[in-house]
Design a protein around this ligand. Sequence first.
Ligand code: GLN
Length: 493
Amino acid sequence: MTDLTQLGVKAIRDGVAGGDFTAREVAESFNAAVAGASALNAFIVATPDHALSAADAVDARRAKGEDLGKMGGVPIGMKDLFCTDGVQTTAASHILEGFVPRYESTVSRKLWEAGAGMLGKLNLDQFAMGSSNETSYFGNVSSPWRKEGANAAMSPGGSSGGSSAAVAARIAPAATGTDTGGSIRQPAAFTGIAGIKPTYGRCSRWGVVAFASSLDQAGPMARSVEDCAIMLEAMAGFDPKDATSLERDVPAWEAGLDANLKGKRIGIPREYRMEGTDQAILDSWEQGKAWLRDAGAEIVDVSLPHTKYALPAYYIIAPAEASSNLARYDGVRYGLRDLPDGSGLQDMYAATREEGFGDEVKRRILIGTYVLSAGFYDAYYTQAQKIRALVARDFEEAFASCDAILAPTTPTASFPLGENSDDPLAMYLNDVFAVPASLAGLPAMSVPAMLNPDGLPLGLQIVGKPFDEQGVLNAGLAIQQRAGFDAAPEKWW
Ligand code: GLN
């Protein structure tokens, strides 16, 4: 029998529906793969029983001839930022250790209703703050990839690094991610998988631990564009419990997939040719243009003049929102409480937060409260909001002359764990190409393009018009078909 862990979402769903194998067999195979991959540290907790009982429910429905759902029989990894009923949810922090929600996030609930099961809760950068998966309280995640001929542990990207590592290592066919400023796209690019951040508001934020609420969006991470389309359909949809949820129907993205780009114009933003970008990344960008041209698209030059201000603006807005969102972790309501002997309420707040938050989270809270403080609000926060509006307007103007934008996902390939961890600014630069689409709330995807000369994956990014996930997925499919990326990391774990 074929090794079921080599299959993706569509192959599993269709195989279960067609009776080639049972959902239980699939769940058992992946549960075993998860148990055998602890060296990656991709999961904070494994939930094999959840995967098995979801699988049994799907097998029982099949026996009765009932519909199995969009994700019927597919076990997935759940980023530990999504609240899961009865299963510890930590956001990879100490302050939430032991927090067991009594409710289910809307996105995870929709996935279970669509027939998916949960293999476990995936590791991430603490509170989704980071680009390398080195800020988790539960330890670094290792990428399954290594540089050719080297042994150093590499970063799987962040913050959805447990998700990217698990999917790339074939211990989960797909995983949820969240993207505030690149956290789906950058880890996908680092590990040779696909991931899409939909238009802001497509996926409900209800029950997702908040980082920067005006930017946070959930999305799927999987090995193919088709798998992302299927899973996004299951995740998206209006939710009255999220005030910023889009009141729009979920399009049939899977059925709408079409790699013929005849009549489409793809914009190449000239400001993305930045100093410090690897030659291999620039080469992959050229290759991407050729692939899209081959698919029938016309390649046009576009300008996004405020690009260079996007990253600094993001690192004001995101921490500002984070400092407010994280005020709720005070030792009273969730997880950790540190109440030193004879101390009062203020002491408890201080001791709990001192002990419960990691360094990067504290850095964000400090930056955030600073830029929101009375004396500096106008100098930083208001300016950053103005830049955000200009960045969004840049895209609007560019989309007058093109249907989607092609750019690199990241300025470099993955780096060894530890390489950037002492230099927050170098780390923040990882998201220089990802953050503009986040500020503008646009759908954006990373698809694997090729391996660099070190044998590490590189991704290409497609940014679309608001609500045009279909256009993004279709351009992604055109690249996927031409790139023929089927490299897998060699198993060392
Ligand atoms: N790496 C970025 C940050 O640290 C983006 C994180 C994210 O998208 N969650 O803020």
